[in-house]
Design a binder for this molecule. Structure first.
Ligand code: MEV
Length: 423
């Protein structure tokens, strides 16, 4: 074998690791041990992970944490989060507690419409195309009957098919723009299968089908969440100033895309962690959410803040295409457990929980940024990582933590204290 390999996927795991070790990890004598360290001793579970993707050589662990004390629409939740960033779960938990005695979070699903498109080229007469589409519309639905049967039984299916003329933007370009209701499944496979069947039915000599695929931009699969309270309840001494600075922080994100991206990254800290924990597709969610943030032509904040008649309201509105059945949600034991922890929600309920997680995270970030600064809390949580990097013993960890209590943590500061203790 050589660096350029054929038939790699057919090798067994040991052979793949041997190949990797000899060509791409040859300076690391521990490489194979590190990969093996993360294998699961439960053979069935390991096989499950091996089968998720091609060429699995190990498992990549992320911490799986829980944020308790969320009250959403009057119901108690402990939210599962899979994330590596030290302060995210702590921040979510703090904010959940903060709002738990102020009425909790309110959330509402606005709509659950998903989208798929058949993209095609046609250079004939537009009237002929429109005529062809109207004669074909019923057939386009009926060719999907077998695929949609179960979904229709559950209350979902194809909602509408539209012919869209895109020739003003790209010569000869048209679409079949199809809307779907996919109930509790994310519906990617369902949508793509329907689209491919439709494309097959729609094509003719003068129609050149380019591709058929769902869209991850789902502005009509939308959820809103908010918290609100009297301004005085926001802060022990100066609620008005707190509210004003929070609003200024959101206003800044609305006018400056550099800030908006970081602001929304904080929102996504909460969203992605729950999306991943529940076995959903975080790349789809990320792509759709950021497109929504830029829907006006300018990239803006996903959250809003207002202070009216002494009431502070902090809210979020985001598109989320999620599933609570099918895909990883039913095959990954931890995704299943996460959903169980969330009372086995419908996709709609999960949309609400995840929107709340994003809102909570943004509230936590802005609260820290506009008061103490982000580093205090962040570095406090990061202290454990620094101590691990410096290979501190449990006794040393305790002593350093005590010594640095109330002080700002930095790598060099921790290292100095540890040196002193060790001396
Ligand atoms: C860090 O992961 C997230 C923040 O940068 C978000 C923000 O700045 O709003 C703290």
């Amino acid at each position: 074998m050589s660096k350029l390999v054929s038939g790699f996927s057919k090798l067994n795991k040991e052979e793949k690791i041997a190949w990797l070790s000899s060509y791409f990890l040859k300076d690391n004598t521990n490489a194979s041990d590190i990969l093996r360290l993360y294998w699961n001793s439960d053979k069935k579970l390991q096989q499950l992970h091996d089968d998720f993707i091609e060429n699995t050589v190990s498992n990549y662990y992320m911490p799986f944490g829980v944020a308790p004390n969320f009250i959403i629409n009057g119901k108690h939740y402990t939210i599962p989060m899979a994330i590596e960033e030290s302060s995210v779960v702590a921040a979510a938990s703090l904010v959940a507690k903060f709002w738990s005695d102020k009425g909790g979070f309110k959330a509402e699903v606005v709509n659950t419409i998903k989208v798929g498109q058949v993209h095609f080229m046609y250079d004939g007469d537009k009237r002929d195309l429109r005529e062809y589409f109207s004669t074909k519309k019923t057939d386009l639905i009926s060719v999907t009957n077998d695929i949609t049967e179960n979904m229709r039984k559950r209350g979902g299916g194809i909602l509408n098919i539209e012919l869209r003329d895109k020739t003003a933007e790209l010569e000869n370009y048209y679409q079949l723009h199809v809307t779907f209701e996919t109930m509790d499944s994310m519906g990617a496979n369902f949508i793509n299968s329907c689209l491919e069947a439709m494309a097959q039915e729609f094509k003719k000599d003068d129609i050149q089908i380019v591709m058929s695929i769902l869209s991850n931009y789902v502005p009509e699969c939308l959820v809103k969440a908010e918290v609100s309270c009297e301004v005085e309840k926001l802060h022990p001494t100066n609620g008005a100033l707190f509210a004003k600075k929070m609003k200024q922080a959101v206003d800044i994100a609305n006018v400056d895309p550099h800030r908006a991206v970081t602001h929304n990254k904080g929102v996504m800290n909460g969203i992605d962690a729950v999306v991943i924990a529940t076995g959903n597709d975080f790349r789809a969610v990320e792509a759709g959410v950021h497109a929504y943030a830029a829907r006006t032509g300018k990239y803006k904040s996903l959250t809003s803040c207002k202070v009216e008649n002494g009431i502070f309201t902090f809210s979020i509105e985001i598109p989320l295409a999620l599933g609570t059945v099918g895909g990883l949600t039913s095959t990954h034991p931890l995704s299943k457990l996460s959903l169980e922890m969330l009372h086995n929600p419908s996709a709609k309920e999960l949309m609400q929980v995840i929107a709340v997680a994003g809102l909570a995270q943004n509230f936590a970030a802005l609260r820290a940024l506009t008061t103490t600064g982000i580093q205090q809390g962040h570095m406090k949580m990061h202290l454990g990582n620094i101590l691990n990097q410096l290979e501190a013993t449990p006794e040393e960890k305790e002593a350093v933590t005590k010594e640095l209590s109330g002080k700002t943590v930095s790598y060099s500061g921790v290292s100095d204290v540890l040196k002193k203790i060790r001396a």
